[in-house]
Design a protein around this ligand. Sequence first.
Ligand code: SF4
Length: 489
Amino acid sequence: MQSKLAHAAERKAFGVVLDRIIKSATGQDREENIDHLIDMAGKLLKDTSPGATRGLRNGLYPGSKWERFLFDVIDETDPNVLKTSILNGGYEGAFRGLRNTTANAEKYQCNVPWIILFDPTSACNKHCVGCWAADYGNQLNLTYDECDRLVTEASDLGTHLFMLTGGEPLVRKNDVLKLAEKHNDCLFNVFTNASLVDDAFCEEVRRLGNIVFSVSLESYEPSVNDARRGDGSFDEVMRAFDLMREHGLLYGTSTAYTRANTQAVSSDEFFDMLIDKGCRWAWYFHYMPVGDGANADLMPTAEQREYMFHRIRDIRAVEGGKPIFAMDFQNDGEYVGGCIAGGRVYCHVNARGDVEPCVFIHYSNVNFKEHSWLECLQQPLFQSYRRHWLFNKNLLMPCPMLENPGELPRMVSESGASTSEYVAPESAEDLAERVTPYAKAWEPVAERLWHEMYPTGEKIYADEMSQVDVDRKAKIIAEEDSKVEAVVD
Ligand code: SF4
């Protein structure tokens, strides 16, 4: 592992280049400094994600849509928020953090994620139709000290990106601010209904610089949004966007797509409204019918999922599309090597402390309140994920629950994990049975789409290191980090 001194020097070097980008007098100066920053990132990513910098350069040529987008972000974001978010999320999380988590995965023989989702509370101030949070009220919480211990132990292993879910995390907004202030080398992305965002809170976030927001929104039409989320919810979100923009914060949306709303939440009207309100990203989550009695009829049809596959890629395209970073987590698995759960890239800690492979997979062997973070990562269910990944070579079918429903019961059974579902516990077999008709309907579509892109049926990476397993990567990283103490500016 890198020494503390080398780490500080490396972070400082990234900070100097970021300052130059922010203060660049001309577009050309800015382009040269951005190019320099990508070079520096490339050195850190060459063993873990070698294609990433090529992807950045492909999208950021002079005059391109993404260059204009980036320049707008630079000009319209508070300088402290911009610099701190990129240093913590980019340098500490994605570049240096990915090296450190990869090295630690080999050292401790377990997955070490570079992103952790956790629920500070199950409480929520809203009562959305179909959401479980209202049933649980404020019964379940991670105390501030538990959140602090989680972030401390996880960042010691290299993780610097934390996503706060719930419940409504901003029910605990003073604790969120306190946590972000203490862990000023981490980035916190808060998934929120935005109703508790106010001027004083935005000012604190601007001062700290290491909190960004993904706001729940389900329609560009107030009446449709409010039918599920409650009267006035749409206006609250619009007001929060305006406040965040006034304070120069970074924010986007988080939307679940279902059989009932797929077209509406990916329409031109929806995207144009988000762009107009200053949103930088639009993240989409496929509806998952998890929990006993969940409504499988709300799952998108195979046609709707194919529509989202094309639609989100078109919106994100380098040529055309729209200036907002759209991602559909279920259809974009090919960019992250398939399923990211079980600690390979991420995992989830619920408000009771159960450490789950994924926010949608409610089984676990351990509770964080009783174990160290490393022990949680070494739990049998995560080791099963580690052994059985990749669940499908077709990365349009990445999930051990949704598209490969036989895999989850096998892992739950071999690991002896128990249900960690709060509201409606169910066996992995029952869950698998519910999603099997969906998996069968999607498979032929996924196979057709996949073979159109990759005729051999296997994704071919341009870089040899992309194919290399984590053990070998970790050895290369350990060797190189002991030689190179800092990226020299
Ligand atoms: S378990 Fe399924 S939903 Fe969760 S990260 Fe893996 S593929 Fe995605």
